[in-house]
Design a protein around this ligand. Structure first.
Ligand SMILES: Nc1ncnc2c1ncn2[C@@H]1O[C@H](COP(=O)(O)OP(=O)(O)OP(=O)(O)O)[C@@H](O)[C@H]1O
Ligand SMILES: [Mg+2]
Length: 274
C-alpha cells in the first residue's frame, strides 16, 4: 500500500545498474529523499545521472539493490497495472534529457493535454491546466504547432510542459535548463522555486553549478565509478575547487579576458574572480 506518510519519498539501498549485463551505470547508490527536498544530481558525462532518474521514475529497475517509493518497493510487477501503478504515475513525472524521446503528439496542445486526460482529470480542468502551463513556459503561441518541427529549446519547453501539466508531487528533470536561453532558464528557475513546498520533491540533473546554487537544497555527486562521491548541502561542495576539479565538475582551461589568454579553474560565477 502506498504510505500516507509522505515525509520519506525515496529510499535507495545498494542500487546497482548495468546495461546489457556488462555496462556499469550505477554502483552502490544509497540515499533517502524526503518531501520538501530539491536535489541536484551532478557528475561527469556517463556517470549515471539519467539512469538514476529513470530508475526513480520506475522506467528501469535496479540490477540489484532496492528502491522504495512512498513506502512501496518498486518493481516491474508493481508498476505494470493496478491502483499502485496509477497512483505512482499520478505522483511522479520525469522530463527526459532528450525532448525527442518525450514528444509524440501531433500538436503541442495534444502533448500537454494527453497526460492529464490519461489520468482521468475532467476536461475543463485539463484545459485550464494546459493553458496555465503553456503560459508559465511562455509557449502559448506554439499550441497548434507539431512538436517535431520546433527548435531545440522550444521542444525542451514543450516536454517540460507535458509533465508540469500533470502537476506531479515529485518532479524528475534531466538537465531541464540545457538548451534554454538565459531568460527562459531564469523563468524556469522562478517557476520551480515557486512550485516547491514542503509536500513536494524535485530531483534534477544538471551540468550548471549556478543552477545548483540557485535551486538545490541538496547536491548528490556521482563519480566516474558510478557511485556517490558526495551528498550534502550545495555550499559544502561548491566552494571546494579541488573536489570540483577531481570530479570533472570544473575544468582548468585556456580562456580569454580581453587581450589576455590564460588558464585557471573555471569556477561558477559567484566564485569566479579575476
Ligand atoms: N541504453 C543504453 N545502453 C547501454 N549503455 C547505456 C545506455 N544508456 C546509458 N548507457 C551507459 O551507462 C552509463 C551511464 O549513462 P547515463 O546516461 O546514465 O549518464 P549521464 O550521467 O546521464 O551522462 P550525460 O551527462 O552524458 O547525460 C554510461 O556509461 C553510458 O554509456
Ligand atoms: Mg544524462
Amino acid at each position: 500500500m502506498i504510505s500516507l506518510d509522505n515525509t520519506l519519498i525515496y529510499k535507495a539501498k545498494d542500487l546497482y545498474y548495468d546495461y546489457l549485463g556488462n555496462i556499469p551505470a550505477l554502483r552502490n547508490i544509497c540515499f533517502n529523499i524526503g518531501a520538501g527536498e530539491l536535489v541536484a544530481l551532478v557528475g561527469a558525462n556517463g556517470s549515471g545521472k539519467s539512469t538514476l532518474l529513470k530508475i526513480l521514475d520506475g522506467l528501469l529497475f535496479p540490477t540489484s539493490g532496492e528502491l522504495m517509493a512512498f513506502g512501496t518497493r518498486l518493481s516491474e510487477k508493481i508498476l505494470e497495472t493496478g491502483n499502485l501503478a496509477a497512483e505512482f504515475r499520478r505522483r511522479v513525472g520525469l522530463v527526459f534529457q532528450d525532448p525527442d524521446v518525450q514528444l509524440f503528439s501531433p500538436t503541442v496542445w495534444d502533448e500537454v493535454t494527453f497526460g492529464p486526460l490519461q489520468l482521468g482529470i475532467s476536461k475543463d480542468e485539463v484545459i485550464s491546466r494546459a493553458n496555465e502551463t503553456l503560459e508559465v513556459l511562455n509557449i502559448s503561441s506554439l499550441r497548434e504547432r507539431p512538436p517535431y518541427l520546433l527548435s531545440g529549446g522550444e521542444k525542451k519547453k514543450v516536454s517540460l510542459a507535458s509533465v508540469l501539466s500533470l502537476r506531479p508531487q515529485v518532479l524528475l528533470l534531466d538537465e531541464p535548463t540545457t538548451g534554454l536561453d538565459p531568460w527562459s532558464q531564469g523563468n524556469l528557475i522562478d517557476f520551480l522555486l515557486q512550485w516547491a513546498d514542503k509536500g513536494k520533491a524535485l530531483v534534477f540533473s544538471t551540468q550548471d553549478l549556478d543552477v545548483v546554487e540557485e535551486v538545490a537544497t541538496r547536491i548528490i555527486v556521482i563519480g566516474a565509478s558510478h557511485d556517490i562521491v558526495a551528498d550534502g548541502m550545495p555550499e559544502e561542495f561548491l566552494s571546494d575547487s579541488d573536489f570540483l576539479l577531481r570530479n570533472n565538475l570544473i575544468h582548468e582551461h585556456s580562456h580569454r579576458h580581453k587581450e589576455l589568454v590564460h588558464r585557471h579553474p573555471h569556477l561558477h560565477e559567484h566564485m569566479h574572480e579575476h
